[in-house]
Design a protein around this ligand. Sequence first.
Ligand SMILES: [Zn+2]
Length: 283
Amino acid sequence: MLAKRIPTILPDLTFNEALEVTKIHSIAEILIKDRPLVVNRPFRSPHHTISTTGLVGGGINPKPGEISLAHYGVLFLDELPEFNRKTLEVLREPLEDKSITITRINASLTYPCNFMLVASMNPCPCGFLGSIGKQCTCTPDAISKYIGKISGPLLDRIDIQVEVNQVKYQNLAETKNIESSKDIKIRVNKARKIQQERYKDYGIYSNAELTTKLINKYCKIDNKTAKVLEEAFKKLRLSARAYDRILKVARTIADLEEKKNIELKHVAEAIQYRNLDKKYWKN
Ligand SMILES: [Zn+2]
C-alpha cells in the first residue's frame, strides 16, 4: 500500500527530465495518444514473471526494458523474492551506473535507467513470521530459501530498508495528525529544488546521483558524526558502498529539513534505515 502511494509524493518532473523520459517512451512505443510529452514521473510495476530482457531491455531490435521505462521515476517490484534470482541480479549494475548497455553482434546500445527501486517482501513465504495474531507455518528451511532469493550485493544497493509491522484497524481508521501526501510533496519539491540548484554545474538533479568525489564535497560531516558513523560501520559490518549511500540519504534528510549542513541526527536516521542488512545477510 505504501509503495503504491509513492507517486503522490514524487517531486515534479523538470522539463529536461520530461524530454528524456519522453524519448525513451517514444522508442518503446508506449506514449499515450494525443499526449506528446510525458509530464509525470513514471511508475512501473512489472509482474514477478518478467524475463530478464523485459526488465533490462534487449531483443532483436533492442528495446528499452522496464528499468529504462522507469527512468526518473519508480520501478516497483512487489513480492521481491518471487522474482527470478538471476533476473534480480542483473539489476546490480544498472543500479550503480544508472544506464544499461545492451550488446548485440554488430552493435551495442546504451539506454539511461536512473530509476528509484522500490521493493516489498513478506518476512516469510506464509507472511506471518513475527506477526502478533497468526502463527507462521513455514519451516526454517523454507524461510531461509525465501530470504536467500535476495542477495547481499543487491540488498547493499537498497538505501532504505524498513520493517513494517502489522497495522491495527483502529490505527488505520485514525486520520488526525497525519501529514497528507500533498504536504509531503511540497517538502519533497523544496528539497529537490535545493539539490538541482546545488548540482547545476554537474548535470545531475539529485543526491542519489552523487559520485564519490561529489560526496566528499557536499556530504561533509563533523568529527563527532564521523565517529558515530564509524562505529555503526563496524557494528553493522557495512560495505564501502553502504557508507557512501548512508551519506547520500543523510544529505537528503538534511535537505528535507532545509539544513545547510548534515548533522549527527541526519546520519543517525540514515543508519537506522539499513536494518535488514544485518538481519538477512550474515556473511
Ligand atoms: Zn511463515
